[in-house]
Design a protein around this ligand. Structure first.
Ligand SMILES: Nc1ncnc2c1ncn2[C@@H]1O[C@H](COP(=O)(O)OP(=O)(O)OP(=O)(O)O)[C@@H](O)[C@H]1O
Length: 238
């Protein structure tokens, strides 16, 4: 099995904080990987290094075998959704996706219409993004991040602030793209959802990886009837 994402000794200091501390990650292709841990554990900082938005102080990050700093080469390979979706408020939802399609030189107009349907945004497609709710913005952000069908999808807190319906949409998307062989890395505090969709979960605390295994093994490692939430609390000393 090939490795989609690999870090060795990844380290980043931000101000006085050692945000990521000698982190070794290995995510096999096709895995749905949950990246969890307390507030301030270093998840976003790690992800920003994986998508080439931050340079590590030490260590290496490879995405699809290419240095993560090489953003240009990874444009077609990676779909990335940050916690705040990068959207233009003055555009309509449809225009936003058309803009993203042009940026990526995707000439297929059907792709945009298909994405609007897939994310249940057809009725809102001609409204300006400035009037979208949190869930609608997230869905549009996801539509944008997946427009080019990237083989690797990195989602930073995609479930934050979503109602159950929108959470289900994200869950279904992850299951769907995973069935097609896409590798998905997803950081989240919604541990029940992570438990239900992820094959493997990495737990970070104070910038370090404290555990990395299937949700079932992590739960079983703390108690017979434990769930992932109990495991995360136990393993991160919360
Ligand atoms: N620009 C910055 N300057 C100084 N410290 C920072 C900066 N950005 C993040 N940090 C610190 O780095 C650490 C890791 O932050 P990071 O955002 O990666 O954590 P996280 O696991 O994503 O947290 P959360 O779950 O709350 O989003 C935290 O202690 C945070 O306060």
């Amino acid at each position: 099995m090939t490795t989609a994402i690999e870090t060795r000794g990844l380290t980043k200091q931000l101000g006085d904080v050692l945000a990521v501390d000698d982190l070794d990650l290995s995510i096999s292709s096709g895995t749905v990987y949950g990246f969890v841990g307390p507030n301030g554990a270093g998840k976003t900082t790690t992800i920003r290094m994986l998508v080439g938005l931050l340079s590590p102080d030490a260590g290496t990050a490879l995405v699809d075998g290419t240095a993560a700093s090489n953003r240009k080469e990874l444009t077609d390979t990676v779909g990335y959704l940050p916690a705040e979706a990068p959207l233009y408020d003055e555009l309509t939802g449809r225009e936003q996706l058309q803009y993203a399609a042009q940026f990526r030189r995707l000439d297929d107009g059907d792709r945009v219409e298909h994405a609007l349907e897939r994310y249940d945004l057809v009725d809102a497609a001609d409204r300006r993004v400035s009037g979208y709710s949190t869930g609608m913005r997230r869905k549009l952000g996801l539509a944008q991040a997946t427009l080019h069908d990237p083989p690797i999808l990195i989602l930073d807190e995609p479930l934050n602030g979503l109602d159950p319906g929108a959470t289900r949409t994200v869950r279904e998307l992850v299951n769907e793209v995973s069935d097609d062989g896409t590798t998905v890395m997803i950081s989240s505090h919604d541990l029940a959802t992570v438990e239900s969709i992820c094959d493997q979960v990495g737990i970070v605390s104070d910038g370090r990886l404290v555990a990395d295994a299937s949700p079932e093994s992590l739960s079983a490692s703390v108690a017979e009837d434990a769930d992932l939430e109990a495991a995360v609390i136990e393993l991160t000393d919360q």
